[in-house]
Design a protein around this ligand. Structure first.
Ligand code: PRP
Length: 174
């Protein structure tokens, strides 16, 4: 495995993303973050701690990859959010946008719940892999099409605990 992004690099980027997000909303408005499980939980944990107190959070769980590196193109809702989104400033918090299918599904679903605003924050984006155009207001890093793990991202449920993002050697997953 080779390191693509180390922990200090990620931390620095998240601090600046958090500041950018907060400056985009009126100072007294609450921001409701919806983390996408499982991969998004590490990014969520670091993002909220880089923000001021006016955040609340919830989680949603979806699955699109069946223990493989290839997208099935199918998105399944495994767990819905607990709280209502109506009238709130909602930000979807994802680890990675790849084909864009998962986010398109989530954005459509959450937009139908009449939030006051809906935006998306992704730590990583692989623009070359997009199958559908999807709007992501806050992107941590745009990366090339490599199989990345760590910082919440898995291969067959492993490596989520790595502090940085690494590239798996092809012989591991091919
Ligand atoms: C990953 C990632 C996104 C999605 C992105 O989730 O967390 O949700 O794939 O891919 P897309 O843009 O091609 O739709 P995964 O299904 O691997 O689940 P996990 O977060 O539980 O690991």
């Amino acid at each position: 495995m080779t390191v693509l992004l180390d922990a200090p690099q990620i931390h620095e980027r998240i601090v600046s993303l958090a500041a950018e997000i907060e400056s985009d909303y009126p100072p007294d408005d609450e921001i409701h973050l919806v983390g996408v499980l499982k991969g998004g939980f590490v990014f969520m944990a670091d993002l909220i701690r880089a923000m001021s107190a006016r955040v609340t959070l919830d989680f949603i769980a979806v699955s699109s990859y069946q223990q493989s590196t290839r997208s099935s193109g199918e998105v399944r809702l495994l767990k819905d959010v607990d709280a209502r989104l109506e009238g709130r400033h909602v930000i979807i918090v994802e680890d990675i946008v790849d084909t864009g299918l998962t986010l398109t599904y989530l954005q459509d679903m959450l937009r139908a719940r009449a939030p006051r605003s809906l935006k998306t924050a992704c730590l990583l984006s692989k623009p070359s892999r997009r199958k559908v155009e999807v709007q992501v207001e806050y992107v941590g890093f745009s990366i090339e099409d490599r199989f990345v793990v760590g910082y919440g991202l898995d291969y067959a449920e492993r490596y989520r605990n790595l502090r940085g993002v690494g590239v798996l050697a092809p012989h591991v997953y091919a």
